[in-house]
Design a protein around this ligand. Sequence first.
Ligand code: MN
Length: 720
Amino acid sequence: MSVEYLIRQVQAYNSDADCDLLRRSYEYSQACHHGQQRISGDPYFIHCFETAKTLVELKLDTDTICAGLLHDVLEDTSTTRDELVNLFGEALTELVEGVTNISKYKFKGGVQQRQAENYLRLLLATAKDTRVILIKLADRLHNMQTLSSLPPHKQERIAKQTFEVYAPLAHRLGIARIKSRLEDLAFKYLHASEYREIANLLAAKLAEREAYTKWMVNVVQKELDLVGVKARVYGRPKHIYSIYQKIHQRGVPFEQIQDLFGLRVLVNSVGDCYAVLGILHNKWNHIPEQFKDFIGLPKANGYRSLHTTILERGQPIEIQIRSHEMHQIAEYGIAAHWRYKEGMPSKADNERIFAWFREMLAEIQEFKDPFQFIRSMKGQLFPDEVFVFTPKGDLHSLPAGSTPIDFAYKIHTDIGQTCCGAEVNGVIVPFKYRLQNGDRIKIQTRAKAHPSRDWLRWVKTARARNKIQYWLNEQNRAQAIDLGKRLLEIEMRQHQLNLKDYLKSSELLAITEKLISKKKVQPPLIDELFRQIGNGKESATHIVNLLQSEPPTTERKEKTARTPRSAPAIELEGIDLDLARIMKCCHPIPGDEVIGYVTRGRGISVHRANCPRIINEPERIVDVEWKPIENLTYPAPITVECDNRPGVLAEITTLIAQYKVNIDTIGSHRLNRETGYDQFTLEVNGIEQLEAIIESIRHLKGVRGVTRITSLSSENRASV
Ligand code: MN
């Protein structure tokens, strides 16, 4: 392990390498990690060195190798971003930062295929530069090589993740040499006994196989030399996991698997590939079903080669034929494109590389979703998706711009419907927060919570939108029914009729049946009548007129007087005053400035400070204070002036209900053809709630003005 070794290796393929930068990165990383140890007890810096070594093997540019040396300094040492920028420049720092960002996403829990796919895409989306992924792969390779020093449960988790995410990632980027090593290492930990079995059998037949391979290489080489094709032939051991796959997929016992090694022929041109194929097929029998032309039909990751299996004395031997250029791509994949390049590849370079992949893909018919692959190759890889975690570490993808509400509905409709708050990475966020890649989201729910109309402005997914809309429609229906019932009740009371009596008799039902067709109506029918009154389609007056021709069959009961609620909500120098005393006149509610008024023989009554009834007698006034009492509500009458349009009243009550505020009374009056006013007595907990409601009602279409009634007489209306 020395910097000189690294520099020699780099210079072997890149004579322009910035040796000074390599030396400085090496020494800086070594100094930063000084004293730190891996779990194995090795100095930490070994890990950084080995990561860089793999990047050298991929023959990458100097920046990438230096970033490999420095890849853990931001995460594991006290080095700051600014220091890195000062010492090594912005481009190199961004690579290190990219690797650090990826490490933030901890992959917890069981790995399912879809999860792994999402995670893989998260990595691609996070890395703005493909080289970040290459560094991450090199980092992971060394972690896998040193996995034995970790406790078994960690071994399994990391091996699984490697198997499900990093090996496919290497495969997708076409880096076969990293992919097969990651697969074998992961396989070793996940299926220890199978791994050992295959490894032992391979070792047992090693000498025999090597001799045979050597002999076969010679035979093929001679055959090609004879015809005058310039080619390099060599033996290629198959990796353990691919042998295992063969056993598994084909159900062939190990002893019967004959092609434990293959041959590879490298030539100078595409034409030579087919020439070699012809020569081999001419000399040996081959298995037609196993011939594959990946030159005519490249794999999705850009892999090109001819595969054929020939039979030598009945023994199958797989031979891969490809040009040197194809071989570079096959072994190094996308990494091959950073060869011999120094510094950050320009935008044009990036474009060119991706264009190359696209071109490659254009010829691919087998690949199911080539666009998905193209996107995965781009710098900003998934601009239209955002990847987020549940608290348990499950990964979900949502459209970019989604909010915690979208996430809640994605998890489960019930969670969406009862969602009352959201935490992102441990911090409470508003519902309109836009989710970011890697966010860990915890949705808070409450049984009584429910969707709000506001949510429709924030959600991004159709699923959430539909669910919310459906809920609101259902809610509107329930409220229209309730409102219609109240309106009819009010109207009947004005004619000395009691709705309750009529509900028990048949007259109302008879009228309802006459008015409403039973088709397409949710039972009970009477609710539909109420709903139509609530929506303004039917009028309460009309119903009362019909009823008055048919008196009720049961006797009307005397209306029982409402018992005033009483609770001490006001105090005078520490003395609780009765709540009933404050409701007499101007309806003060918590938050209003209030004064006490010493009455003649009836104690102290409480008024709003500007109540017209008390101005002339200052000597009777005493100071009182609101005493906060939870869950206590106070009547607050308001007047809404609005258009005589069907449905306005229903909209107002729906809106009020969204504040979870009860409406104590409703009165509806028509001023003229166009306008009318509605009076509501709301049960609010204080001035803030009331003002919020008034403000919302003002924004409704068809509402001309809202006022709070400050005295019992409606002439004394004043604006809040
Ligand atoms: Mn590392």
